[in-house]
Design a binder for this molecule. Sequence first.
Ligand code: HEM
Length: 409
Amino acid sequence: MDGLSRRKMLFAGGTLGAFGALSVASPAGARSLWTWAPSGSVAGAGAGLDPEWVWDEEADRLVAAVLDRGGVAEVNAALREWTRNDQPPPAGLPADLRDFMERARRLPAWADRGKLETAAEFNKSRGLYLNLLNGVGGGMLSTAIPREARSVYHSKGGADMEDRVAKTSLLGFAVGALNAYRPDGDVIVQAVKTRLVHAAVRHLLPKSPGWSRTSGGQTVPISQADLLVTWHSLPTYTMRKLLEWKVPVTPAESEGYLHVWQVTAHLLGIRDEYIPATWDAADAQYRQVLDPILGPTPEGVELTDILLGQLAEQTSPGGVDRPLVNALARYLVGDEVADWDGIPREPFWERAIATAWPKLVAFREKLIPLPLVPPLAWTIDEAARQYILFYLTKGRGTRIEIPETNRPG
Ligand code: HEM
């Protein structure tokens, strides 16, 4: 694989041998049988179809037609004008696409304004944890999701990870913003644009030899099952970590946080019959769709290395260095995933973080007094802040746009 050094390969899972098999068309982990019942979904009922075989029919057809007739530049120019939740899709869009977007941007009947407001407050009060977990933790998990790593690597954005991170952070921050679902917020816009980007990727990637060679037999990427996997790598993973870190979360906050992501899932084109209605249903689905498929890929190792390198270089000058970045990333996702991602071991910082982070959380939550926080904790705290700042600022001046090609070369 291009640019992937032997050193990085050796880090991943510690076994070069495994890669020989993985880089050919075999899935890194076996999927479990789909048994999750639609009675556990926000729809409460459904056909129970395996989401592995469901994509996003209408969006896929409309965006494929735009790509086939060479209309991407025109659509992207119109999309640039679309920036706020309360704004109808621009008139310059093709009528059929505009009509679709007009429906796609409507909040579902089950959306609850009160819960969305509670979630916004929660996002504000727990911003440090949530951004760190969604941004860095979710990012490090996503590179251990073989299908996602390969799709990202072989798509246009895979060639420019800086831009790709910036674009992805646009949605992340839109979800977490205080005005996320208010008229002047933009999460509806970013989610519907993302839905269109995914539709384009479904049309483009099957033409990529690099993707087809490694897709493990999948002929169209980003199925509803894949969307669910990535969705769980965001809110479900994050809530698990918050509980593990003993962050006090009220039942209303917990419900609100789930709700903001349920509504976002709907806007991203995930069918209501697959969106978990409760955390218990989400946990059950997580165990079924996410746990079994995580694993190493050469693409994931390379993307992880690029992401961590960017964080180390671009956070604060002389501030966060790579060993600390590596150790913090490892702390967020655990040893197994970190090994699959090829994150190097950093004994000093790993020990420091394992000791200091729980104290830092307890201090923030006013559960212990300052003298009990080791001084090194503030270096780690600063690193976490720089991480977040990095993601925040990356998003400025960029936009989510429909790609017209795969990764070049
Ligand atoms: C694009 C978020 C699921 C692969 C994007 C973008 C966002 C996003 C915000 C736009 C940024 C950009 O254009 O680079 C999400 C969320 C997901 C999800 C929130 C689930 C809840 C997936 C899955 C896959 C995937 C399951 C593949 C298995 C891609 C690819 C692009 C993309 C290949 C386009 C990159 C490019 O060529 O520019 N996604 N995504 N995404 N996503 Fe997703």
